[in-house]
Design a protein around this ligand. Structure first.
Ligand SMILES: [Zn+2]
Length: 461
């Protein structure tokens, strides 16, 4: 991967900034403080845009007890424990950064192991033409269907055989442009055994990709843009970029350019551009629940990568850390209300937890004296009352409960249903008991025409 550091001077303000230049673009180098502060304030903006989402509660609500501050021994950075996390890779600036950094490590681990075993890596990008009249939900599902069709095509099977396919890691990405609308595309890091020319892979896959797009209701991709095949180096560049998107703030964009989702959020946050805000909401709602990163079955196991969900990664704190101190639940409310979540971490990190405590105490005084605590208390009491009322009301059964009842009934019906063996046993039992009854009750009855024991004592059903 090539990258160079360049210093830039803003002629108007005289401000000096450092820019890291990569093959794929430039990233303004921000300090850790700037990045952390921006992530927390961007998350606050997500809360105003999506007030009922789980991101609105992320790293605000406690898990029930006090909040603790801890410091990573390795990275010397501070983080919170005891708070709820939303683990949204699409909408949360904090969780998505946390998750992608960890996912990046896993991917690099697999790529390095594969290359050490003399395996080949390919970097394939798939996309299709689109316009700004198509909705995100349509494009997302049509794209997924086209990918599925491609994988089940004959050409794809031939390609797998020819490259000695081992597996792949696929990342789904969406960008937005005012001119062409939503742009879903995916990047695949393909783990293979054989060396093949990029052009031959592209020539083999393109007709199948075109057919899959058309069959899924999408326009035909062009040979030039529909598929891009590159080697392991490009994959490495991409993986290094992965999750770095959030660090690329202050990148002003012309409206004709492509916006990453967090560019949309930043546009709304910094410039109050309502159109960008609305697009971010559409994006966050449309992508909710979609998988960002996909590994083919068995690939993680092959490279010794643990299976971990996004929730586990978002909630995971640094493995080795020292405990700095606790923040009481009430004091935590003062920190949240004073918008000081990032500041408390930074002060703990740089000047120690004692100094952070002083800040928290002053925030607490302000919180109480400004009347905000009183307002919050009233709001919480109202909320609790509402919850209590809701609990008292008989609730209609949920879909899951209804399904459980149906399953239970089916189980009872099935258990009562006569199996062949049960029917046979029952038949034998009836036959036997009838025989016994007849022997017992009818054997002494005399037939007036034929003498004793006129009835047959043999009974068969
Ligand atoms: Zn979150």
């Amino acid at each position: 991967m090539t990258n160079t550091l360049i210093e830039r001077i803003n002629k108007e303000t005289g401000e000096v900034s450092t820019v890291k230049k990569y093959d794929w673009g430039e990233v303004e180098q921000q300090s850790l403080e700037q990045i952390l502060t921006e992530r927390f304030s961007l998350q606050g903006t997500v809360r105003t845009l999506l007030p009922t989402s789980s991101t609105a509660k992320c790293l605000r609500l406690t898990t029930g007890g006090n909040v603790s501050v801890q410091k990573s021994i390795e990275h010397k950075t501070c983080s919170y424990a005891g708070l709820q996390t939303c683990s949204s890779v699409w909408a949360c600036p904090i969780c998505s950064a946390r998750i992608s950094v960890r996912r990046r490590t896993e991917t690099i681990q697999a790529m390095e192991k594969h290359q050490a075993d003399e395996g080949r890596l390919y970097f394939i990008t798939l996309t299709f033409p689109h316009s700004n009249t198509e909705s995100l939900s349509f494009l997302k599902s049509a794209f997924a269907s086209a990918l599925k069709k491609l994988r089940s095509s004959y050409a794809y099977k031939t390609y797998k055989k020819e490259v000695g396919y081992v597996g792949l890691i696929r990342a789904l990405e969406i960008t937005y442009g005012f001119k062409n609308g939503w742009h879903p595309h995916c990047h695949e890091v393909v783990f293979a055994k054989n060396e093949k020319s990029f052009h031959s892979i592209k020539s083999l896959l393109f007709p199948a990709w075109k057919k899959a797009c058309l069959a899924s209701g999408l326009p035909a991709p062009s040979f030039r843009r529909g598929i891009d095949v590159k080697g392991g180096e490009k994959a490495g560049d991409y993986i290094n970029k992965f999750g770095n998107e959030l660090a690329m703030s202050h990148m002003k964009k012309a409206r004709s350019e492509r916006f990453t989702p967090f560019d949309l959020l930043r546009g709304y946050h910094h410039e109050n551009d309502k159109q960008l805000g609305a697009k971010f909401v559409e994006y966050a709602k449309g992508m909710k629940g979609a998988r960002q990163l996909y590994w083919t079955n068995g690939l993680k196991e092959k490279f010794g990568v643990d299976e971990k969900t996004d929730e586990e990664l978002a909630a995971k704190t640094e493995d080795k850390h020292t405990f700095l101190g606790d923040i009481h639940m009430d004091r935590w409310r003062a920190v949240v209300s004073g918008k000081a979540r990032a500041t408390v971490l930074l002060i703990s990190q740089k000047h120690g937890f004692e100094n952070a405590k002083t800040l928290i105490e002053s925030l607490w005084v302000r919180y109480v004296s400004s009347g905000k605590k009183h307002e919050d208390d009233l709001r919480m009491a109202k909320y609790k009352e509402k919850l209590l009322k809701r609990e008292c009301k008989p609730k209609p059964p949920t879909q899951e409960e209804r399904e459980a009842v149906v399953l239970k009934l089916q189980a009872v019906l099935n258990s009562n249903r006569l199996t062949d063996e049960k029917a046979k046993n029952r038949k034998e039992w009836i036959s036997k008991s009838t025989q016994e009854w007849m022997d017992e009750n009818m054997s002494n009855i005399t037939n007036p025409f034929h003498g004793k024991k006129s009835y047959s004592t043999k009974f068969n059903l």
